[in-house]
Write a protein that binds this ligand. Structure first.
Ligand SMILES: [Zn+2]
Length: 445
């Protein structure tokens, strides 16, 4: 990694605001958004009536827990415009999330929503040291996925130049990075790793030495600390974890500061809670649970207590960066991504962390879980590093020692015995967007 980037605070008057003052601001906004939702969205009115409450019952943050949760399913059922809290003629931008299971969900933005989105994204860029004069290589997908445009607007707000290259075209990504001298990289972490490998192996370009990337804004996936180390080394940049989701705003909910010890939440716009996903009760600060978000300023498609499905924890302790905004831990995974193999529960990210601890192992792996009879069988397909693969001339039988080491490491860190298979370098899929590394074949039975 190069020297730390020159991180700065985009809106210090808000990001460093005293906690008391911010709570007052949040409560004022909460009362307003609750009223807005109740008056404009039939679903919220119904939920409130069922819970026996009216907007007058919600005055403080403490009252928030009286409001019923909003689930992804609520948004699906309301498709296309049932959740819209403004007239359609006030909407400037519409997005639809992918509808792989059932209806998609609609995310709409008024002019003010787009302003807020630009501001929170600018805070994220500033945290990663982006300034006027930087060139942002935006390799998130443009289109209905909110990643591309969110990163686009934020860069404009900062006054940086954007290269709207979007996902894919890996060779072109590297060539343009070199020719234009792009300084900030925005994409998924798995694609960042792929870009680095591709540059080195296919084009003979060492990104850490020959490209000007100083920081990377990586999100849309749960990724491990070990993968961060690899990406930083490979690309010669400082990697920042970012978090967001289209139902709430898109990217822009939270970002790491130079401490890299949790992600500061833009609390003046998004109110965060962490609950026990089973009981719906709040967990203690620092305890892990499901993240629930309320949009405090969203006009077009506001959400009250939206269950994100993402697992994390919250901490309010002060941060040395000067921001007073609470932090959330890096996402462990989605509640429904947690694996249970032979009774042992773990996150795919834990497997990744264990794997990347081993020298000679690349970040390309695939977890398959089957249940041919009564017992679960976990198979871990792993590509060795290219140099190692070539040093044995592709003869993987010579790497039995590595297989043994991986098996032992997984058993000790994850607690499950995996059947480890080394596969030729380059044989597993590469991902431009969100990586899909787990195949749970039990679910299809
Ligand atoms: Zn901080």
């Amino acid at each position: 990694m190069k020297d730390s980037v020159k991180s700065w605070i985009f809106q210090p008057e808000i990001e460093k605001m005293s906690r008391n003052k911010r709570v007052k601001l949040q409560e004022k906004r909460l009362r307003k958004i609750v009223k807005h939702c109740y008056e404009r969205v039939p679903l919220y009115r119904k939920k409130f009536e069922k819970a026996g409450i009216t907007p007058d019952d919600i005055k403080t943050i403490e009252d928030l827990k009286k409001i019923p949760f909003t689930e992804k399913e609520d948004l699906r059922k309301a498709y296309p415009f049932g959740m819209l809290a403004v007239n359609l003629n006030e909407v400037l931008e519409l997005h639809a999330s992918s509808g792989t299971t059932g209806h998609p969900t609609t995310c709409a933005y008024t002019r003010n929503d787009l302003k807020v989105w630009s501001k929170v994204m600018a805070r994220i860029y500033a945290s990663a040291g982006t300034e006027r004069g930087d060139i942002v290589q935006n390799a998130y997908g443009y289109g209905l996925f909110t990643g591309g445009l969110g990163f686009h607007y934020g860069a404009l707000e900062i006054g940086a130049a954007v290269l709207p290259i979007a996902t894919g075209g890996t060779e072109r990504q590297i060539r343009l990075a070199k020719e234009f001298g792009t300084t900030i990289l925005a994409c998924t972490p798995s694609y960042a790793a792929h870009l680095g490998r591709y540059a080195k192996e296919k084009l003979g370009i060492d990104p850490a030495k020959e490209l000007k990337w100083k920081s990377g804004l990586f999100g849309a996936e749960a990724w491990s600390e070990k993968l961060r180390e690899r990406i930083e080394e490979l690309l010669g940049l400082e990697a920042f974890d970012i978090y967001g989701l289209s139902e709430v705003i898109g990217p822009g909910v939270s970002v790491e500061c130079p401490e890299h010890n949790g992600l500061h939440i833009q609390e003046d716009h998004f109110l965060a809670e962490v609950i026990d996903p089973k009981t719906g009760e709040a967990v203690e600060e620092g305890e892990t649970g499901e993240l629930v978000l309320t949009t405090l300023t969203r006009e077009a498609t506001p959400v009250l207590r939206f269950r994100t499905g993402d697992i994390t924890f919250l901490k309010t302790e002060e941060c040395s960066c000067g921001r007073t905004l609470s932090r959330m831990g890096r996402i462990l995974g989605r509640a429904d991504d947690m694996l249970k193999v032979r009774g042992v529960k773990f996150w795919p990210k834990t497997v990744e962390h264990a794997l990347l601890n081993i020298e000679g192992v690349s970040e390309n792996y695939e977890i398959t879980i089957e249940r041919p009879q009564e017992l679960d069988i976990m198979t871990l397909r792993v590509e060795p590093e290219k140099e190692l693969f070539e040093s044995v001339k592709g003869d993987l039988t010579k790497l039995q020692g590595l297989v043994k080491e991986i098996t032992e490491q997984i058993k000790s860190v994850v607690g499950v015995k995996a059947h480890v298979e080394l596969v030729p370098y380059g044989s597993l899929p590469r991902f431009m967007g969100k990586a899909k590394r787990v195949k749970d074949l039990r679910k299809t039975l």
